[in-house]
Ligand binder design. Structure first.
Ligand SMILES: C[S@@+](CC[C@H](N)C(=O)[O-])C[C@H]1O[C@@H](n2cnc3c(N)ncnc32)[C@H](O)[C@@H]1O
Length: 213
């Protein structure tokens, strides 16, 4: 196994581009329980992918979409062309501090290694306005896929495509984002069944919301 963390992370980032280039739109299913945002909110989406979450934002919001994959951004552009699209690492945002009313981090934080996850949380806190909110979703350690693949760090697995996925518990998510400026507004685990070849499998996501003092 490659033990250099920077190279491992780079290989993982390249894997996203390859996946989008070969398979196109990747994320099916509906986005459930979207929060209500104040009219005219400036929203940042981290790891916007092919635009599934962007497509659900109200028309009066202005959105900035960040993704490490140029291929993903090309797909997301078609979904919501009036957004700003930036190819960047969510752990190192090329953005000014205190500018966003809301930040969505849906199924992105878990694709970073531990150092990257901490950096993403700090960056989200930095660019959020006081009074603004962070919305987090990622797979839980109860999810059917947790434990599949090679474990590269505790709770983080690399599957065949080269993509890394970390599986969270609620305490870990609360600790990751909470800081002297950021407080937890609510957290829970959302579970549902997925039927594959006649058998039910558990899907489980941690959903959390934070606000900046
Ligand atoms: C599972 S997809 C989720 C897409 C979207 N948020 C959704 O829920 O449909 C993860 C996305 O995060 C992006 N990504 C992974 N690591 C990233 C990083 N360090 N910075 C920015 N984007 C990243 C990938 O390119 C991919 O588009």
């Amino acid at each position: 196994m490659d033990t250099d963390p920077k190279r491992r992370s780079r290989t993982h980032l390249d894997a996203w581009d390859k996946d989008y280039a070969s398979r196109g739109h990747l994320w099916g299913g509906a986005v459930v329980d979207m929060p209500v945002l104040p009219e005219g909110s400036l929203v940042l989406e981290l790891g916007s992918g092919d635009g599934k979450t962007l497509s659900t934002l109200p028309g009066d919001c202005r959105a900035v979409a960040i993704d490490v994959s140029a291929q993903a951004l090309l797909l997301a552009c078609r979904v919501r062309a009036d957004s700003a699209f930036i190819q960047a690492d969510a752990a190192c945002l090329p953005l000014r501090e205190c500018c966003f009313d809301a930040i969505f981090a849906f199924h992105v934080t878990g694709h970073l290694l531990a150092d990257g996850r901490r950096a993403l949380a700090c960056e989200a806190a930095r660019v959020l306005k006081p009074g603004g909110r962070i919305f987090f979703r990622d797979f839980s350690e109860q999810d059917m896929r947790a434990g599949q693949g090679a474990e590269v760090e505790p709770g983080t697995f690399r599957r065949g495509s080269g993509i890394l996925t970390h599986y969270f518990n609620e305490d870990e998510v609360a600790d990751l984002f909470r800081s002297h400026q950021i407080e937890l507004a609510g957290i829970g685990t959302h579970c549902w069944k997925m039927r594959i070849k006649g058998k039910d499998h558990l899907r489980a996501e941690v959903h959390a919301a934070f606000f900046k003092i």
